[in-house]
Design a binder for this molecule. Structure first.
Ligand SMILES: O=c1ccn([C@@H]2O[C@H](COP(=O)(O)O)[C@@H](O)[C@H]2O)c(=O)[nH]1
Length: 266
């Protein structure tokens, strides 16, 4: 999906919500274990319940890879089931030397036709470049992450600024606003305005609202630009809003409430 279409979807649905399909098998309602593929059945109902409220789905591949072959099968079926006008993210956080990165790009853009994949930039330009060669596909590069450990390296001084500032400015020069987004945690609210000074036009994928405690209004005010250009991810607070037979209804309610809040900023 290209940038213009994504912006149009955000305007049309009045939502910049990304629902995270972190479908942890240990948290899936027990009645689904009577089905052949409980993870897919869970995701299918979540997608049916939330698709009108969201413009993106983020599949965190860890929850699928941990299940081995059957996890990859559930992931493939889930990706196929997502409506084609909804942006898809493989949250795989890949990054390796060039020829290996090429294989990762092929995995998540060709074999599994995601719109985007999250990429760790630590290994430098040749590790990110292979993800930037596919028309209408995106590398979503870790910029400033939501976890406590982001203080260990990302927020450390580097030259005149902080390491994450240097990383984001450098990576922004490798691609364009049409193929590169950045991950910035909602929990790093002190840095959001600085991020927008550094990269005013790029899309940001913002996780950390919901279970991690990030505030939607703070994020929207600091990070939106004239084209909106943010996707706010919520995983557990939507997909595990309930744990019984009514889990999909409760997920729909949670997603709808986030969308209604988002509409106020659009
Ligand atoms: O900095 C980051 C980068 C990625 N994530 C991922 O986003 C979701 C958040 O899940 P919640 O349940 O809404 O907390 C999850 O897949 C993380 O791996 C992040 O949280 N922070």
């Amino acid at each position: 999906m290209n940038r213009q279409t994504l912006i149009e979807q955000i305007r049309k649905k009045k939502s910049f919500l990304c629902v995270g399909l972190d479908s942890d098998i240990s948290k899936i309602p027990t009645h689904l274990f009577a089905t052949e593929d409980p993870v897919f059945e869970f995701n299918k109902a979540i997608i049916d319940a939330t698709k009108d409220h969201t413009v993106a789905y983020k599949i965190n591949t860890a929850f699928y890879e941990a299940q081995g072959l059957k996890g990859w099968i559930s992931m493939g079926k889930t990706l196929d089931y997502i409506p084609k006008d909804i942006f898809t993210i493989a949250d795989a956080k890949r990054g390796d030397i060039g020829n290996t990165a090429e294989q990762y790009a092929k995995t998540f853009f060709d074999t599994y036709p995601y719109d985007s994949v999250t990429v760790a930039p630590y290994m430098g330009k040749d590790s990110v470049a292979p993800f930037l060669q596919f028309p209408n596909k995106w590398a979503i590069v870790l910029g400033l992450t939501s976890n406590e450990g982001s203080k260990d390296f990302q927020l450390q001084p580097s030259g005149d600024g902080l390491l994450y500032e240097k990383v984001m400015q450098t990576v922004a020069g490798w691609g364009t606003v049409d193929n590169t987004m950045f991950v910035v945690g909602a929990t790093r609210k002190e840095q959001l305005e600085r991020v927008r000074e550094l990269i005013p036009d790029h899309f940001l994928l913002i996780p950390g609202v919901g279970t991690q405690g990030g505030d939607l209004a703070t994020v929207a005010k600091a990070a939106m630009n004239k084209d909106v250009s943010i996707l706010v991810n919520v995983s557990r607070a939507i997909i595990f809003a309930g744990s019984g037979m009514d889990y999909a209804d409760l997920a729909a309610k949670a997603a709808s409430e986030y969308r209604e809040q988002m509409e106020q900023f659009l």
